[in-house]
Structure formats: structure tokens, C-alpha cells
Design a protein. Structure first.
Length: 339
């Protein structure tokens, strides 16, 4: 079995029909942008009051080119690995079109990093429908499983940080037990317990979500490997950059990076992550002994590196060939959207 890439009925029937399918998705409500703007303004005030613009810019003047290039290369590698994960996940649906999948994955990451309140997540199912004709709901369900893998890897990384802070035999044991949840989850899925639930909406939704999950054990392990490698590359790159701006131990920097990355699970998220990214990064570092001013300046600088990398990689994604889109096939080759 090859997983969600197979043409199962629900995956395509849930997509809206007509010309609306090729339009850009709605990018949030006015309230979302207002919250994001408020966070952005609050961050600007905090930086000016606590750090100062000159003090924030000064370390950039001594940032070495080799470090910057290495960190960017690792960040780019994490994007490619994410693309590989999506390519493997959808199997036959996308076979032979890796550049289109990589373009999709990079544009999705770009939207996620730049838009407020996680609006960028909408780009993934929209592009999956536009490029491959895959259903919106099915693509969203698959994205949910991808995010579960991401969260699982971040918890594993947190255990590594705790082990670096206070070495002990119990951390590897906890890590092994946490990793054991991956095959255990697959075993629970195969037990068929959802099919035995009483008929109703809950059973229908759970069956739909399970239908979008990886169905093959080797596939699941490969997907998790790509997830682990992509996060390892990104976390190491960001820890390198943060080390230039903050005088802290590796485990403290990794904790700050993890905290900042976990800002994605907050109920609020600033425009391009401004404010929320720094807040969660500081919340992870300050209790571990990093000064408030240093943590603020460090997370802001790290965020600037993230945004710079996002803009460059997002622009490069637009240069990747997408091939004929699903909309193009349906309309005899005409393509109505620029992405």
C-alpha cells in the first residue's frame, strides 16, 4: 500500500469544482491582520526600549560569511528534505514531478513564515489541488499528519536539549520510548478500532483522517527519517546563527530555537511571526539563564535570518518548473494562476 497518494475517491471529490479552484485562497480575516500588526508594533517598541537599533545591528557587521553561507545551506537543505517528504507521502499522485512538489513545499513554507495566524497553511491544500488535482480536505488531512510528525520530532529534540543540560541515562531511555510511539501509533491504526465505533459524524471524520495517514510501515519510517533530518538541519543552522548573537551554551541556544519554532502552535501569530517568534524564543531562554536583553536581541536577529532565507528560497521556488497544473489539464493547458 502506498499511502495517501493513491486515487481514493474522497481525496478528489472533496475539492470544489469550477474556476474558483484555481483562485488564491482567502488569506485571513481583518482581525488576524490586526493582531499580527499589534504584535509587530509591540516588538518594535520592545526592541527600541530594551536593546536599541544600533545595538541590534552591530553584531551583523561582524557575522562571518562562511557561517552565514553554512547556515543558509543547511536551511535550504531542510527545505529540500521537506520536499522529499511530501514527494514520498503522496507517492503515485506526484511520481515523476519532484520539482513541482519541491516548488509547492517551498512556497508553502514561505507563506507559513510570512503570513499571520498560520494562514499560510491554507496554501498547501490549495497548491495540492492546483498542481495535482488532489482534494482540499484530503490534502489538509495529510498536512495534519505531517504536522504531527513535526511535533513528535520537536519533542524528541527537546529531550536532547534536556540531556545536554543535565546528562543522564534516563534521557536516552525517554527518547527511545518516545520513538516507540511511531510504530505503536501505526499498530493502533491497523487494529480497526475506529471501524467498530457507532456510526456517526465522529466515526466518519476519524475514518477520513486515517485514510489520509501513511498506510505502509516502510513509508512511515522514511517519512519520519526525512522529518528528522530536515529538523536536524534547520535546528543546527539556527543554533549556529543564534550563537553569533547570544553568548550562551549550545543547549541554551537550541532551547531558544525550539521555543521560537514552537510559536506555530500558539493561538496567535504575528505578521511574518513578528512578536510571537521572539516571545516564545525568549520564554525558552530566559528561565535557563540568558539575559532578557540578550535573548530579545538574539531572537530578533535569528528571526531576521529566517525571513531573509525565506524570501530568497521563496523566490528560488518560483524558478522551479511546476509542469502542467491540474487546472491546465482540465482546461486544455491554459493556466490561470501565477503560482
Amino acid at each position: 500500500m502506498s499511502g495517501p497518494g493513491e486515487s481514493r475517491g474522497a481525496s478528489r471529490r472533496d475539492a470544489p469544482s469550477g474556476s474558483g479552484a484555481s483562485r488564491l485562497p482567502r488569506l485571513g480575516r481583518a482581525r488576524d491582520w490586526l493582531i499580527g500588526l499589534t504584535l509587530l508594533i509591540g516588538l518594535g517598541i520592545a526592541v527600541e526600549h530594551r536593546v536599541g537599533l544600533r545595538a541590534l545591528i552591530a553584531p551583523w557587521q561582524t557575522l562571518s560569511v562562511p557561517l552565514l553561507v553554512s547556515a543558509f545551506a543547511l536551511t535550504a537543505a531542510s527545505y529540500v528534505l521537506r520536499g522529499l517528504r511530501v514527494y514520498e507521502y503522496f507517492g503515485p499522485l506526484v511520481v515523476g514531478r519532484f520539482t513541482a512538489v519541491l516548488r509547492l513545499s517551498m512556497l508553502h513554507n514561505t507563506a507559513n513564515n510570512l503570513l499571520p495566524m498560520r494562514i499560510g497553511e491554507v496554501v498547501f491544500p490549495w497548491l495540492m489541488h492546483r498542481y495535482f488535482g488532489h482534494g482540499f480536505l484530503a490534502s489538509g488531512a495529510s498536512l495534519l499528519w505531517i504536522r504531527i510528525m513535526d511535533l513528535h520530532c520537536l519533542v524528541l529534540a527537546a529531550l536532547v536539549v534536556l540531556w545536554l543540560r543535565l546528562p543522564g541515562w534516563w534521557w536516552p531511555v525517554l527518547g527511545a520510548l518516545w520513538l516507540a510511539l511511531v510504530p505503536l501509533g501505526l499498530a493502533v491504526r491497523r487494529s480497526g478500532w475506529v471501524s467498530r465505533l457507532p456510526a456517526g459524524r465522529l466515526r466518519h471524520v476519524l475514518l477520513f483522517l486515517l485514510d489520509a495517514a501513511p498506510r505502509d510501515t516502510p513509508l512511515l519510517y522514511r517519512l519520519y527519517l526525512w522529518t528528522l533530518l530536515s529538523w536536524s538541519a534547520k535546528l543546527f543552522a539556527f543554533a549556529l546563527v543564534l550563537g553569533h548573537f547570544v553568548d550562551a551554551a549550545l543547549w541554551q541556544r537550541l532551547a531558544g530555537v525550539l521555543g521560537a519554532e514552537l510559536s506555530s502552535v500558539l493561538p496567535f501569530h504575528g505578521i511574518a511571526g513578528a512578536g510571537s517568534y521572539e516571545l516564545t524564543g525568549m520564554a525558552a531562554m530566559v528561565p535557563l539563564g540568558v539575559g532578557v536583553g540578550a535573548a530579545l536581541a538574539g531572537t530578533v536577529s535569528l528571526h531576521l535570518f529566517l525571513l531573509g532565507s525565506t524570501l530568497i528560497l521563496g523566490a528560488l521556488a518560483l524558478l522551479l518548473p511546476r509542469g502542467k497544473t491540474a487546472a491546465g489539464f482540465q482546461s486544455g493547458g491554459r493556466s490561470g494562476a501565477s503560482l
